[in-house]
Design a binder for this molecule. Sequence first.
Ligand code: ZN
Length: 332
Amino acid sequence: MANPYLLGVDVGGTQTRVAIARRPRGSMRRTVFSSPARSDPKLLIDGIVEAAHDLIARTNGEIVAGVVACAGTVDTATGVIVESPNLPMVREFAMADALKEHLDIPIEIENDATAAAHAVHQMGAGRGTKEMIYLTISTGIGGGIVSGGKLLRGIAGAAGEFGHMTISMNTGIQCPCGLSSGCFEAMASGTAVARMARMRIEAGNDSVLAEKAAAGGSESITARDVFDAAEQDDALARAVVDEAGYALGVGLANIVNIFNPELIVLGGGLARGQDEYVQHGISVARERAFKLQNRTVRFEVTELGDDNGLRGALLLARELASRTRRAARRSG
Ligand SMILES: [Zn+2]
């Protein structure tokens, strides 16, 4: 292959990013489109295929392998997305097969947070570590695990669903996953912060946010509004942010005690944007974790930002390309 390119895709609840690159750490040619909201995944597949064709057409190269990082639990062996609370259209969808039909290259699907963890470990804050956890905190909570210097995937490729470990059994706060209440994601994500504030305002509690709720409906209140109001010492917002920060700390302490990692890297919009909330979570984790685990863990907020998933997909695409080459050599 004269000029081989890798394809990396990151499908999120709101945006789909598509990139091609010669090397996963090198410069990318990239594009982004809004993830289609329709119930049919065909639009998403068409969008990815069109973007890949457009990007490669501007080079004299050829795409040799692609990896799609997608929100949800992914059966990595079959490339089927089994469930995806924030992207319902891809539920039970054979995404790898659908893409292979159009692109005619080896394709694998990976959970987006696992792909991001791989990037953080290979080229970000986790470089050189053996025992690392990556946790992304934004509208949802996801994560990936590196143990013994390698991604820990579980038997079906679905390990690391940190967002759905139960933090409290008796909250009555339902999680988008539908399986449980009191999930980590339902108590400490941006969505959780907004939802908790809305519930209290709807119950008639006083807050500077009540005005916005009265004008635009309580659904108009965002996590950002709640954090801003907390900064202005609004008591309701302050209480919500404190509770979410405490829940973050409980979740982090569980992770510290179970995995005894040397490093926990925190990424995602909330981790990078709300320093006080994150620091609260870390201090609660340090109070609750066992002594030895606590002594040996560091916390860091990642600098790679939004590109973690995309870089992880490209790194995994390079591994897929190498495996494919080796297999071809053996059989040829
Ligand atoms: Zn859940």
